[in-house]
Design a protein. Structure first.
Length: 243
């Protein structure tokens, strides 16, 4: 009897049943992600930080390298870059607003599908407005307006920010990310249009004697321009960090 009492008793901890684990996950998802940390209510990010992140520090093109397909394809002119950037900004603002407003009502298992439905609804509205009031720009951008639905920037902001934060910060995040995207497209469009055509917004800015570099109107020129701008952007940020 004494020998039995002196032996260490090993207690095997059985794994949590699948049903219980699933219920726990659903309960955690029911609480708004990011609202509670360590039993305390998490403060939403400051508006200043949101704006700086979207426009500069986490620029969707020059830093995060998102939305590369449309970026390389439509930036042959400044007008195209501004148009696509503003369309994307509108979709970002309203999709972030709506997703943030209903984030506690969307089941975790179907959240991505729900986000895509919401985003596609606003993209359809933007496309119809473009067809009605800006037919030339709509024709120039072609399929890249409906393809905003699958733009990585919009879905990433929905999942990483709008689904975890209140409405106002989410709207500001959509606005700042959209402006950062528009800024990058505009810079690329300006460089490619000037070097490839000698014009900007259709107006000649270089002498008649200037011979356009046709390379910048091609996909290869888009890659070269993007690479140079990313290098310049990174160099500026590193110089600021040293200071």
């Amino acid at each position: 009897m004494n020998d039995i009492e002196n032996k260490d008793v090993e207690v095997e901890i059985l794994p949590e049943p699948e049903e219980a684990a699933e219920e726990k996950t659903q309960a955690e998802a029911a609480a708004s992600p990011g609202d509670v940390t360590g039993g305390q209510k998490k403060q939403p990010p400051k508006i200043k930080d949101i704006v700086l992140d979207g426009v500069w520090r986490k620029n969707p093109i020059f830093v995060q390298l998102l939305g590369m397909c449309s970026t390389l394809a439509v930036t042959t002119t400044l007008a195209n870059g501004i148009a696509l950037g503003l369309c994307t900004t509108v979709v970002l603002i309203f999709s972030n607003l709506f997703i943030s407003a209903v984030r506690k009502l969307i089941p975790r298992q179907v959240r991505i599908a729900s986000y895509i439905v919401i985003i596609s609804s606003f993209v359809t509205v933007v496309e119809l407005v473009m067809k009605a009031y800006f037919p030339e720009l709509n024709k120039s951008l072609g399929l890249f307006i409906p393809l905003i639905v699958v733009n990585c920037i919009i879905l990433a902001r929905a999942e990483a920010f709008a689904s975890r934060n209140p409405v106002i910060p989410s709207v500001m995040d959509g606005l700042s990310m959209g402006l950062g995207f528009t800024l990058a497209l505009s810079v690329m469009g300006t460089v490619r249009e000037i070097l490839g055509s000698g014009t900007i917004l259709g107006m000649r800015v270089l002498p008649e004697s200037y011979i356009p570099v046709m390379l910048f109107k091609t996909p290869a020129g888009a890659f070269i321009t993007l690479g140079i701008l990313i290098a310049v952007f990174t160099a500026i940020n590193k110089s600021k960090e040293k200071k």
